[in-house]
Design a protein around this ligand. Structure first.
Ligand code: UGA
Length: 436
């Protein structure tokens, strides 16, 4: 079976590398020639643990990477589309890349005998698969179900864990219009995965599952963040103990209850926006989703207020920001709360020194030389008047009194409570704890 994968972002490249490493014949396509060149040297265009090693292995076995979409469409049995679906400035989903790829596929199919199944992994609002099918039918003058198949197959992998999640997904959702096409995709997955629950539905339900999933995760985070904010007003209360206890209730579950500065990244904020805008089109008022979003965007303001109480003012003070990426084990700063905090502190005329093991280059592209950057913890803390832990990188939980000695004022603001159990010779303020 030949596999085509169009789009080499986190989802596409991890999937291509995973399949390729197991000997599947995979042709991964990206229109960005620089990206293709880099991937062919075994280097992913972004940081993702384990991906580089896996990619190198895949390139030696079954993976080819190019910009030749024609070859992929003419030769693949399954064509996975994994292009980005960002949001427009009005918060709607932007389907430009996806529709462009669909039109190209249709034009190629018009002159090909191949009858591939097109599997849409990109996150798309309900009924997008139907629109994509219509584009392909129009451009190819062929019929879905007879000359090609169309499947919605949302992806649930997390950045920072993309490789592990690709090999061990918690679910495979296959949405289709006819059982023959659904079974073809299911059979392919059954060859790759053992012991994974399958859910088969129609395409629009599969599309909706993805949004419901991400919205629920966002809801859990905003919920615990709100509880954390309330805890801060009750002396001695600890949000992590609250989360641990409620998480034991199987109806709640323990994951995604880590209070912090708010969720970021390229998925949860964008998917919430898209689902809100999508529901409003139908005259629905998604009050809960809006509240989740509002709670999240307010979290950075809450952090500023929290810091103001501690530092009184920011002007001229050297503040160390520890962590720039939206989550640990990633160099991705898209919608990172840390970047948002930096922008706000700059408005207050603070002097920022930023530390991150991986995300400095991406941050520099956005913030430029308005702040200083370092990969050395010592340098980040030297003469600092306050260090703010933003991203839960493991190395920040190793901070000790020797490191803190370098600070001018030993004040730690810990938005992830990484250092809560340490005896620190510092003024330690963690969000989510009731100040005694
Ligand atoms: C998210 C989903 O978790 C994936 O299942 C989904 O496939 C992906 O979006 C997507 O749609 O592509 P991701 O954005 O990579 O994955 O990262 P998460 O682990 O969900 O973290 C998102 C944000 O929430 C981060 O800023 C993280 O720090 C924050 N978070 C997460 C918390 O503040 N508390 C938690 O308990 C969990």
């Amino acid at each position: 079976m030949k596999i085509g994968i169009i789009g080499t972002g986190f989802v596409g490249l991890s999937f291509a590398a995973a399949l390729g490493s197991k000997g599947y014949q995979v042709l991964a396509i990206d229109s960005d020639l620089d990206k293709v060149k880099k991937i062919n040297t075994g280097n992913p265009p972004f940081y993702e643990p384990k991906l580089s090693t896996l990619l190198k292995e895949a390139l030696k076995k079954g993976l080819e990477v190019s910009s030749d979409i024609e070859q992929a469409v003419k030769t693949s049995d399954l064509i996975f589309i994994t292009v980005g679906t960002p949001t427009t400035s009005e918060g709607k989903i932007n389907l430009k890349s996806l529709k462009g790829v669909a039109a190209e596929i249709g034009q190629i199919l018009a002159h090909s005998k191949n009858k591939p199944v097109i599997v849409i992994k990109s996150t798309v609002v309900p009924e997008t698969n139907r629109a994509i099918k219509e584009i392909i039918e129009k451009e190819s003058k062929k019929k879905s179900g007879k000359d090609f198949g169309i499947i919605s197959n949302p992806e649930f992998l997390r950045e920072g864990r993309a490789v592990d999640d690709t090999f061990n997904p918690h679910i495979v959702v296959i949405g289709g219009e006819d059982s023959k096409t659904i079974n073809k995709v299911k059979k392919f997955y059954e060859g790759f995965y053992k012991n994974v629950p399958y859910i088969t539905t129609n395409t629009q339900t599969a599309e909706m599952i993805k949004y419901a999933n991400n919205s629920f995760l966002a809801t859990k985070i905003s919920f615990i963040n709100q509880i954390a904010n309330i805890c801060q007003s009750i002396p001695g209360t600890n949000v992590d103990d609250v989360a641990k206890a409620i998480g034991i209730d199987p109806r709640i579950g323990k994951q995604f209850l880590k209070a912090g500065p708010g969720y970021g990244g390229s998925c949860l904020p964008k998917d919430l926006r898209a689902l809100i805008s999508f529901s409003e089109n139908f005259g629905q008022d998604p009050t809960l989703l809006k509240a989740v979003q509002k709670t999240n965007t307010q979290q950075v303001e809450n952090l500023i207020s929290f810091m103001t109480k501690i530092l009184t003012r920011f002007e001229g003070k050297k503040i160390s920001i520890l962590g720039l990426s939206f989550k640990e084990d990633s160099d991705d700063i898209r919608e990172s709360v840390s970047i948002n905090l930096i922008k706000k502190l700059l408005k207050h005329k603070a002097k920022i020194v930023a530390h991150d093991p991986m995300a400095i280059e991406n941050t520099r592209k956005i913030i430029g030389d308005k702040i200083s950057y370092t990969k050395s913890i010592d340098e980040a803390l030297k003469d600092s008047e306050c260090a703010v832990i933003m991203t839960p990188w493991k190395l920040y939980s190793k901070l000790n009194n020797k490191d803190l000695k370098l600070m001018k004022n030993k004040i730690i603001v810990d938005t992830r409570r990484l250092l809560i159990k340490k005896k620190l010779d510092a003024k330690y303020y963690a969000t989510g704890l009731g100040l005694k």
